[in-house]
Design a protein around this ligand. Structure first.
Ligand SMILES: [Zn+2]
Length: 258
């Protein structure tokens, strides 16, 4: 088993840029009721995003946080799969975002790493270069559309890249051990007991070897990194993030809890 760190955003008095998805298109949340086998829970998940921009009129627009009955959700999922040419078994989670990521920069933007949402983060060119120079693995790169305020128009164009975390850590080893409940047959949600776990460890037999990764389910919204990542990208050298050793304690509370 390997020691790991959770990577978190650190403001430290500096000014982050604001970010947004270029459309409000996406999946609504789900009220899992009205169909046989429904779990009865209303939920949404903000840990995933599809980068493709769907053709106009093919997806619905939902208010942030809007939740719909299971039947409506499943119809919308089918429509979205067809519109985006996704495989029939592609899992479209409630609350999934669709679209390109935009970042709005002003002259007071100073951080090299930004945290637009739970599914990944944005890095400035110098940080991306360091990550690539060290051959770190577990992510895909995605272009970010940079928008500048009037105060920035005469300045050099900043370059940002989104890091989408794809590395997989499998199921975390925890104390007490995780209890893995069966998933709801309609919405796919797994019940979780939201307790504080001690000593989160990576089970190397389930890990795909990535330097940056997520665990299944319970810590799905958190991003973890290996010692190799921490040694290659010291927090003293870049602004915008810090590492927390998770060998001692990690709270599982999440804002958009599944
Ligand atoms: Zn359900």
């Amino acid at each position: 088993m390997t020691t790991i760190y959770r990577i978190t955003w650190a403001f430290r008095g500096k000014m982050p840029a604001s970010t947004y998805i270029d459309s409000d298109l996406g999946m609504p949340g789900i009220k899992c009721e009205g169909l046989p086998g429904c779990c009865g829970v209303t939920w949404s998940d903000a840990t995933a995003r599809i980068m493709t921009v769907p053709p106009p009129g093919t997806c619905n627009k939902y208010e942030f946080g809007a939740c719909v009955p299971a039947e409506v959700f499943l119809k919308q999922a089918e429509k979205t799969r067809r519109a985006l040419n996704l495989p029939g078994d592609y899992e479209l989670l409630p609350g999934l975002n669709i679209g390109r990521l935009h970042i709005k920069c002003s002259k007071v933007t100073t951080l090299v790493m930004e945290w637009p949402a739970l599914y990944g983060f944005i890095v400035r060119e110098d940080l991306l270069n360091a990550i690539e120079k060290h051959g770190l693995t577990g992510f895909e790169k995605s272009e970010v559309v940079v928008k500048r305020t009037a105060s920035m128009l005469l300045k050099p164009f900043p370059k940002f890249t989104e890091i989408l975390v794809t590395g997989k850590g499998g199921w975390a080893r925890t104390d007490p051990p995780l209890v893995i409940e069966p998933a709801c047959p309609v919405c796919g949600r797994r019940p979780t007991d939201n307790k504080d776990y001690q000593n989160i460890e990576l089970d190397e037999s389930q890990w795909d070897g990535s330097d940056i990764f997520r665990f299944e389910h319970t810590f799905g919204g958190y991003i973890f990194v290996t010692q190799r990542w921490v040694d290659s990208i010291p927090e003293s050298k870049f602004d915008g993030f810090e590492y927390e050793s998770v060998g001692t304690m990690l709270a599982t509370r999440r804002k958009f809890l599944r």
